[in-house]
Write a protein that binds this ligand. Structure first.
Ligand code: FAD
Ligand code: SF4
Length: 521
């Protein structure tokens, strides 16, 4: 098998494969000017489309962004081969043969499935004497090797220290060797609950053009029964529209981005979140250019430091860190199950038939928009999955399926690592388990719920409360020595044994009801 990693594309008789997440010239591996001996190849993989019941808006976003990018390249004079194929490997090999290519160039696989597909393509190409060359991924700031070097032999990895290295390496928000403002991290300023009187900026909506309308028709016809309405599709699918969303973010959202990062409000899916992950992850936006634009807003006095730092941390810190963990640990990460959790995910994750108002808000908007913001994913749907002992495989699948920004490299560490602690503490130092009190503090959900967040036991008690204590009690052998959970276990130990038994009994009832109810998709 002939694969080679290089950093420069030599123009020649070459086929360049553009992965579905490389939907702009900011990310794709293309020479600046078209050349007749260069063919740019896009593949709509039938196998990939059929591999999961993907949210239909996600399918439209990716397919339409690919088609628009291909059209833009044709308009700029590039030769483009846009094809549907059973899979990426056979598609690449067939295109290379048809175009009499002597070389094929692609970006290294961003997730394991693409690595496997490129390996298969390399084997097919090798049989006919064609070389496959792999280039480093332009969608990230750090290379995988740089992350591995940083991780070294550390026993514990923490995002914060990686993030500081990234600040130093990029020079973002730095004054020489020191962080701007004297602190690396302003997260403590970013936990304000949002009030109903807050005026939320309206997210731009883009009416579908002919290309998107074709894709909408295709997805409607072929992906029957998948979640997600296509009636009012308005997601950006071109570089220009993604840049317009970025400009909207910089002007209207960034100044208050930090303050309300952890807040949740009924009927407000976006609050002051960026809603840019859809576009960064499919290649319509360049993460480094975006961070420079954010820094420029801060330096011009248009955004406070806690907002600019908070946003830049999400991109060069969290986004890079989870991708680093994904590759550093390898495919084995996707099998981890520290608590040996086995419960199937309840069917209401797909139907939204639940009377828990917080869950209904987070799931409802996920089904409607293929989007939920971080705290909803982490502290509502994720927290519930953790507390009930949901099977990490089920949880991975749900998050991958329903979010338009979800790809395995980012979804898996967030899901298996951050919410389920299935990696035993590699990504985070403790599980983000929380009772209803947290949700009540950060949202207006509980006031609209049929359950009482203050009650722990009884038919009207918030289910999160008993489940929270039961989770801690039943996993004490695995969590009892965690220093950060010491005070919580001390609270549990101070409770009367009758209270402890009643809480565990209430949780057992909830879990038994879940076991008797419909499950899965
Ligand atoms: P903002 O809140 O405005 O954040 C700005 C940007 O920072 C995001 O656009 C994103 O690019 C980046 N970012 C922030 N946190 C993370 C993080 N933990 N990991 C990676 N990038 C981050 N993000 C995805 O992009 N794809 C996923 O599949 C995904 N799955 C998640 C699953 C769970 C269980 C959790 C807890 C988080 C997940 N995240 C995922 C991270 C985060 O929730 C989303 O990036 C964010 O909600 C996207 O919305 P936004 O653009 O409005 O983000
Ligand atoms: Fe959610 Fe409990 Fe609050 Fe209801 S009371 S919204 S279930 S946290």
């Amino acid at each position: 098998m002939t694969t080679k990693t290089t950093s420069v594309i030599q123009t020649g008789t070459t086929l360049v494969f553009v992965a579905p997440w490389e939907c702009s010239r900011a990310v794709a591996q293309l020479p600046r000017t078209p050349d007749d001996s260069l063919v740019v190849c896009f593949i709509e993989s039938v196998d990939k489309g059929a591999s999961m019941p993907w949210h239909r808006q996600k399918l439209v976003l990716i397919l339409s962004a690919m088609r628009h990018f291909a059209d833009a390249l044709i308009a700029a004079g590039y030769r483009v081969d846009y094809r549907r194929a059973p899979g990426y490997a056979v598609g690449i090999a067939a295109a290379a043969l048809e175009h009499h290519s002597t070389r094929v160039v692609a970006t290294e696989g961003r997730e394991q499935e693409m690595v496997d597909a490129l390996d298969r393509a390399a084997a097919l190409l090798d049989n006919v004497g064609i070389t496959l060359e792999l280039l480093p991924d332009r969608g990230f700031l750090a290379t995988r090797e740089e992350f591995t070097r940083w991780a070294g032999k550390k026993k514990e990895l923490r995002m914060e220290f990686f993030y500081r290295e990234m600040r130093r390496a990029t020079g973002l928000l730095m004054d020489g060797r020191d962080p701007v403002g004297g602190q690396w991290n302003y997260d403590k300023d970013n936990r304000k609950p949002a009030g109903r009187d807050l005026l939320m900026p309206k997210l731009p909506h883009f009416a579908p053009d002919t290309i998107t309308r074709d894709v909408l028709e295709l997805v409607t016809a072929r992906f029957v029964g998948h979640v997600g309405s296509l009636d009012d599709f308005g997601i950006a699918v071109t570089r220009a529209d993604a840049l317009a969303t970025q400009a909207h973010f910089l002007a209207h959202v960034l100044p208050r981005f930090g303050d309300f990062q952890d807040a949740m409000l009924s009927g407000e899916p976006y609050l002051y979140h960026a809603h840019l992950s859809f576009y960064i992850n499919c290649g319509l936006l360049d993460p480094l250019a975006l961070c420079h634009a954010v820094e420029a807003e801060y330096r011009a006095g248009n955004a406070p430091l806690n907002a600019a730092e908070g946003f830049i941390r999400q991109i060069i810190g969290w986004r890079e860190y989870v991708r680093g963990i994904y590759w550093w640990t390898g495919p084995e990460y996707g099998t981890r199950n520290y608590f040996n959790a086995k419960r199937p995910l309840p069917a209401f994750y797909w139907t939204n038939e639940t009377d828990m108002h917080c869950m209904s808000q987070a799931i409802g908007q996920t089904l409607d928009l293929a989007y939920a913001h971080h705290i909803q994913r982490l502290m509502v749907t994720g927290n519930y999955a953790l507390l009930i002992g949901a099977d990490p495989d089920d949880v991975d699948r749900w998050y991958l399926e329903v979010y338009a920004d979800a790809y395995e490299w980012v979804e898996q560490p967030n899901t298996r690592g951050m919410i389920l602690f299935a990696d035993g503490g590699m990504l985070g130092s403790k599980p983000y388990a929380a009772s209803g009190a947290y949700i009540n503090r950060m949202s207006d959900y509980c006031g609209k719920c049929r359950y009482d967040v203050k009650q722990r036991i009884g038919p009207d008690a918030c289910p999160f409360n008993a489940l929270y204590w039961d989770f801690l009690a039943r996993n004490r052998d695995k969590l009892g020595n965690n220093n950060r959970l010491g005070p919580v276990y001390r609270n549990w130990d101070r409770m009367a044994s009758e209270t402890q038994a009643a809480l565990r009994g209430a949780a057992a009832d909830t879990l038994a009801r879940l076991d008797a109810a419909p499950k899965g998709y």
